[in-house]
Design a protein around this ligand. Sequence first.
Ligand SMILES: [Fe+2]
Ligand SMILES: [Fe+2]
Length: 239
Amino acid sequence: MLTRSDFYRGDGITLGRDVPVVMAAELPPKPGLNSRDGQARLIHDLASIELQAMELAVRTLYEFPDANPEFRKELADLALEESRHLKLCLRDLRDLGFDWGSWPAHLALWNAVSPEDSLLDRILVVHRYLEASGLDAGESILRRLVGVANKYVNRTVKTIVDEEVGHVAFGSRWYRRVAEELHIDPETDFRERMAVLVYTVPRRERLAMELRRQAGFTEYELEVLEAARAEYERRIGLN
Ligand SMILES: [Fe+2]
Ligand SMILES: [Fe+2]
């Protein structure tokens, strides 16, 4: 049973979980998607991500009570959509004969934000970085699911990826709007922040260019992101 003290620690809100929590890199190896175990593990990982996405949306609502009411309404709708994604995952997991907690979970998304964030930080990190990286990962999962016989898993992943485009588009719209209100040039700001974010929250998936365009990324932003990631990989010696 979780108590209030599981959620509040020091200067920020932390998260309680009723399953073991590990670092993302410590999760056990993933079986192939042709096996039932592999499909269940994919859905379990997705459930953990959807849960954090829902919690992050609610956290922004909690931490930014004075944000534009229109923004808050859209974000509340987004949180509800995340809860539906989570339900889809839990349903598929059960159908595959597994339960929430069959594997450990990570809190990498939750830990990518900070109580010191401005609203602009939060919109960029959650919706234009983490959720947008989810589009990259989603596109690659959909490719790997071609030929996998479980139509429910395929449908769940497709539904999530389609609806996540809307979440990232929400981030793109409000990022520009809030930047304008603060007299910040969104392109310069995006370039400067990406140069840091690729180091603090590295992502390795190939960019899902078309999905990202649909979600409001400009050609300039895509080029900036590619360049920042290439520079990161060069520095850590991958290229
Ligand atoms: Fe989602
Ligand atoms: Fe989302």
